[in-house]
Design a protein around this ligand. Sequence first.
Ligand code: 4AD
Ligand code: MG
Length: 476
Amino acid sequence: MKRTKVRDILSGENTDYDVVVKGWVRSFRNNQFIALNDGSCMATIQVVIGLDTDEAILKRITTGASLSVKGKVIASLGRGQKFEISAESFEILGDCDNEKYPLQLKNRPSLEYLREIAHLRFRTNTFGAVFRVRHTLAFAVHKFFNDRGFVYLHTPIITASDAEGAGEMFHVSTLSPENPPKLENGGIDYAQDFFGRCTNLTVSGQLEAELGAMALSEVYTFGPTFRAENSNTPRHLAEFWMIEPEVAFNDIYDNMDLAEDFIRYVIGYTLEHCKEDIEFLAQRLADEEKQKPTADRSELGLKEKLEFVMNNKFERITYTDAINILLESPAYKKKKFQYEVKWGIDLQSEHERYLVEKHFKKPVIVTGYPKDIKAFYMRMNDDGKTVAAMDILAPGIGEIVGGSQREERLDKLVQRMEEMHIPTDEMYWYLDTRKFGTVPHAGFGLGFERMVLFVTGMTNIRDVIPFPRTPKNAEF
Ligand code: 4AD
Ligand code: MG
C-alpha cells in the first residue's frame, strides 16, 4: 500500500478507510497513544496501538524513532483531534536511543542550542514551520514573476567581476594554496588557474541579468549569493539567496511599484497557504515578546504586522528627507544614536530602524542616495550628487531590498566607472549593452532570508536558512 501523508488525512473529511502512514514519533503515552509527525504539516496524527503490544516493542517506541503504521482512519474519540489511526500493525523502521538523542522536545530547547544541532533541528515544530514557510515563499517568488511574464535567468555563480565593487569576494581557484605559480613580479599567475584568470563566487547576478533584460525585457534571477564581509550580525550571512528582477523600460518609480507589489504578493500567498505554520510562529513570537520589557515589545503580532504591510502603501522618502528626520528626532537630540548623522553617511541599522519602527511605523522606501556610498551602475540624478537608488527598509529587519534605475548613458557610465576604478576594458560586455540599443532600465535585489525573517517573525538569520554560513562557521 502507498503511504498517505498526515496532512492529507487531517485536511480530509473521510473516515473509515485504510492507510499506511510513516513518520517520526513525537511522543508516546499510556503505552497506547503515539503522536506521529511526517513533516507534511505541523500537526501530528494520533496512532492508537493495541493494548496487547509486546513489552519489548513498547520500549522501542521512543521520541525520534521512525515508524510505518498500517491502520484505519477513524473519527477520534479523544479531544484535541478530529481523526486518529487505529493501528492494525506497525513496524519500527529506525530506533532512536533517547539516552543519546539531543532533542528532548519536552523542555523547549533554545534556538542557540538548536543551531549547534542544525542537522536535527528540522524535527522541531519551529523549524518545520520555518522551512515550510521558506519553501512557500520561494514558490510564491516564482509564481509572481511567472504570472507576469518574466523569464527566470540563471546567472553564473562563478564570475570574474565584482558587481557591487565592494571587494567582498570569495576566490575560486584550483591553484595550490601553498605553492601557487608566480609571476616575475611575485604576484600569483592566474593565467595558469582553472579559468585562466582570477575568479570568485558571485556577489550578485545583476550585471548578467541586465544583459538578459536588454533582449527579453523582463527577467529575474533567484540564486545563491556570496559575500565575504566580516559581519557577525543577526542579519548577515556569507551565503544567502537573492532575488533580482531586472526590467527594460522601467524607471525608478516603476521599480518601486514592482518591489511593493512583489513583497505584498509573496506575503499574501504565504499567509493564505501556510495558515497553520504562521499561526504557530505568531504564537511563538508572542511568547518570546512576553519575556521582553514592556517598552521593547512590538505593538503588532506577527499576523497583524503582515496584514498591515499587505494593506498599506509603503512610505516613500528621499535620503535627504531621511537625514533631516533623523537630525530632528528626539533620539538624535538625546544622543541615542551610536553613529554620526549627517548628509553623506551610509544609513546605519539604528537609523534605518528609527525611521521604520519609531517614525513611520511601516516599510519605507528611501531614494536618492549620495553617489559616493552607492555602486557604479546607478543612474546619476540631475543634481550630480545623488543617484536613482532605492532601498526598502522593513520593521524589525532594516534593509530588505536594494535597487536602482541603472545608468543607461554610455558616457556617464564610463565616467563613473573610471572615477570608481572599475576596469572598463574587462567590463566591455557590460558597456556593450549601452552601445547597442541602450534603454532606461531598473531592477532590485531582495535578500530572501531577510524576507523569510520578516514573514516568520524569527529574529536571527541563522534560523531561516537550513545550514547557515557565517564568519568562522561552515558546519554541516
Ligand atoms: O543592496 P545589495 O547589496 O544590492 C545588490 O546586490 C544589487 N546588485 C541588487 C540589484 O539591484 N539587483 O543587496 C540586495 C539585498 C539587500 O537589500 C539585503 O536584503 C540582501 O540582499 N543582502 C544580504 N542578506 C543576507 N546576508 C548578507 N550578507 C546580505 N547582503 C545583502
Ligand atoms: Mg544594499
